[in-house]
Design a protein around this ligand. Structure first.
Ligand code: PXL
Length: 265
């Protein structure tokens, strides 16, 4: 089982590839990486960070990989640094996804109903066109709004379902607590326990675990159950252990949830 994770390297502030590598590995999958940018820290909450866009390097890396005949069971994409990069990633499905393989897109755009630094409406439109070729998309509540213009989760989910077979809205803040909204066979369901507060990087931990579960052959419901449990435990641990939330969530001691889930298959 082999997955390709396309995401940035934020050297500090656990998210993106520094999270995808251990989480997908804990699912028992070989994970190759395609870095989209190199940053000293992520952009959410730090100031003065460095940013190196890797557009040119991505092109060269992928040309080399073609000579190796690499093909993936799952391609999972996250933070992309430019509109040109989104366009490039669209082409990777054809070049590197096995026939019958799954394409999981986390359309990283923003949080707290605002864009992350450097992103705008044109970027969101380009991201929507990437979502349209995915098997699964994992927008958070802000991203579902930025992609559809709908704040109502049910309406946003319905719009997303018109372009992608399995949209999943994560971290939806509802009067009953944080929920995941998804749609399977016309049925809209919610899960995830309430945990107070906004945790940076939780979406990336969830997305990596979800992509790992899909790679291991889980159904949508099965993948959501395992990844929601893993993410919830990590968030609960972080709520107790960490004061500065921009450094990410403490998922490391919960990785056994993933190794245990897949130890006999
Ligand atoms: O966690 C999403 C994310 C990924 N990569 C970078 C980010 C963010 C959110 O702030 O800045 C570089």
């Amino acid at each position: 089982m082999r997955a390709l994770a396309i995401n940035d390297i934020s050297c500090v502030g656990k998210c993106s590839l520094t999270v995808a590598l251990p989480v997908l590995s804990a699912c028992g999958i070989t994970v190759d990486i395609l870095p989209t940018a190199l940053l000293s820290t992520h952009t959410g909450g730090f100031t003065g960070y460095t940013f190196l866009n890797l557009d040119d390097e991505m092109t060269k890396i992928c040309s080399h990989w073609e000579t190796l005949g690499l093909k993936y069971d799952v391609i999972y994409s996250g933070y992309l640094g430019s509109r040109a990069q989104i366009d490039f990633v669209k082409g990777l499905k054809k070049r590197f996804l096995k026939s019958g393989g799954k394409f999981v897109v986390d359309p990283v755009l923003g949080d707290n109903f605002t864009f992350y630094k450097g992103f705008d409406a044109a970027f969101a439109r380009e991201m929507l066109s990437l979502c349209a070729i995915a098997d699964y998309i994992l927008p958070n509540e802000t991203e579902s709004y930025l992609l559809t213009g709908e704040r109502d989760f049910t309406k946003a989910l319905a719009k997303l379902a018109e372009i992608c077979p399995h949209p999943v809205i994560t971290g939806a803040d509802t009067p009953e607590g944080y929920r995941i909204y998804y749609w399977e066979n016309g049925e809209k369901t919610m899960r995830l326990h309430k945990v107070e507060g906004n945790f940076h990087g939780a979406g990336d931990v969830f997305a990596a675990a979800f992509a790992g579960c899909i790679a291991r052959g889980c159904s949508l419901k099965g993948a959501l159950a395992v990844s929601a449990e893993f993410c919830t435990r990590a968030i609960e641990r972080t709520a107790v252990e960490v004061t500065d939330r921009k450094y990410g969530i403490n998922y490391e001691k919960e990785l056994s949830i993933l190794t245990d889930a897949f130890k006999n298959i």
